[in-house]
Write a protein that binds this ligand. Structure first.
Ligand SMILES: [Mg+2]
Length: 234
């Protein structure tokens, strides 16, 4: 077991099941804006559109606002919905994301179990509005030692400015005492590897690592985090 001191937890699809809150949020907003039915197929399609936009953000090709509005613009155009409500729809959606909290398996037990044993921070590219509400409603804000949210820092993962903010907050730690745990190769793992900290890829769907990145650890269940950080009670 390595001598880690700081854990950076990605939020969406690492600690929390983002897919569940995304689906519930979009359906809730479709109803609110009178946009008709949003089928499972549409939700799956939207999820793919959304990922495409976030990856453009990670590559610095779009701003956060362009991502937030652009993804719904493309989605609404594709399904013939009224695009004039896209901005208001996104505002409502950001708030609704924090209404449905579903933890990833073992996430809650781990974070609560490691309280006081490690310094634990959230590290997220989500919007400040959505992430603050999620952290509060999940109880994570009570347990974590803090949160790095790109909206506040002004730089997204995988950009190094994001990790500079982390280093500034834990000046007593060396880079190999910091571990990032996340599901995204393009933001969490690339950012962590470029910053020189230890990386743990949470890969529950057993995807292929086609990133070219050399990762320190790969896990398929969060339960395996115990092999790196020690046991907790379940
Ligand atoms: Mg994620």
């Amino acid at each position: 077991m390595r001598n880690f001191k700081v854990i950076l937890w990605d939020i969406d699809n690492t600690l929390l099941n983002f897919t569940a809150s995304e689906r519930a949020g979009i359906r809730m907003c479709f109803e609110k804006f009178g946009l008709g039915e949003c089928t499972d197929e549409m939700l799956e399609d939207y999820a793919e559109i959304n990922i495409k936009y976030w990856q453009k953000l990670e590559r610095g090709e779009l701003s956060k606002d362009q991502v937030l509005v652009g993804r719904f613009m493309e989605f609404f155009e594709k399904y013939g919905r009224d695009t004039s409500v896209v901005e208001a729809f996104n505002d409502a959606y950001q708030l609704s994301l924090g209404d449905t909290i579903v933890f990833e398996p073992y996430a809650k037990e781990l974070v609560w179990g490691y309280k006081g044993r490690y310094k634990q921070f959230a590290a997220s590219n989500g919007t400040l509005l959505a992430q603050t509400k999620k952290l509060k409603n999940s109880g994570l804000s009570e347990v974590l030692d803090g949160a790095f949210i790109s909206d506040e820092i002004g730089v997204e993962k995988p950009m190094q400015g994001f990790f500079d903010a982390v280093f500034a907050a834990v000046p007593e730690c060396t880079k190999d005492e910091i571990l990032i745990i996340g599901d995204s190769l393009t933001s969490d793992m690339k950012g962590g590897a470029d910053a020189g900290i230890q990386t743990c890829w949470y890969n529950p769907k057993c995807k292929i690592n086609n990133s070219g990145l050399m990762l320190d650890y790969e896990i398929h269940s969060l339960r395996e985090v115990q092999e790196l950080l020690g046991p907790v009670l379940f």
